[in-house]
Design a protein around this ligand. Structure first.
Ligand code: ADP
Length: 156
């Protein structure tokens, strides 16, 4: 059985924190699918196609890392592609509280899918897409926080 993991998120935009968790998890899985969730209730800053393209650019030299998008429950998506694992990053206690509840509920729905948590490197523990969006909106320099081959357009 191939060990397929799904790394779900909004990636609005992808950050060095995401990149680091994905690369550090490579040894654990045969394939990691970075899956961009489409949530009609959520307002995104960057279009889906753009977010997907940035992720593809970041991991273009890693055949074990693929990019996809999905709608609906993450566990249903995992089932549809035969993924046995959900990979999530943990930055702090707040992430832990939130993520542990989600993983318990996911287990109730699909006991065969395991959630695996990767603790963030200290240098990325304060990094979030929402803070990056805020800096970007106010025309600050976000280049230290996003992977080097991601180029955001100038803020309006
Ligand atoms: P969501 O909309 O699900 O919060 P995100 O794109 O913000 O999606 O995050 C996707 C995943 O990446 C989550 O597991 C989140 O905990 C993790 N993550 C976010 N920021 C970081 C970071 N700085 N370091 C490590 N993991 C992170």
């Amino acid at each position: 059985m191939k060990r397929i993991a799904v790394f779900p998120g909004s990636f609005d935009p992808i950050t060095k924190g995401h990149e680091s968790v994905i690369l550090r998890s490579l040894g654990l899985f045969d394939t990691i699918i970075v899956a961009v969730g489409k949530n009609a209730e959520k307002k995104y800053m960057f279009p889906l196609e753009q977010r997907i393209q940035w992720i593809k650019d970041v991991f273009k030299n890693y055949p074990a890392i693929q990019v996809d998008s999905y709608e609906g429950l993450t566990v249903e998506y995992c089932k549809s592609i035969n993924a046995g694992f959900i990979l999530r990053g943990l930055r702090n206690a707040a992430d832990f509280e939130f993520e542990s509840s989600i993983s318990q509920m996911n287990r109730k729905m699909f006991p065969s899918i395991e959630t695996v948590f990767m603790v963030t490197l200290p240098e990325y523990s304060a990094l979030s897409s929402s803070i990056i969006r805020d800096i970007y909106r106010n025309r600050g320099d976000i280049t230290p926080f996003i992977p080097h081959n991601v180029q955001l357009p100038d803020a309006k």
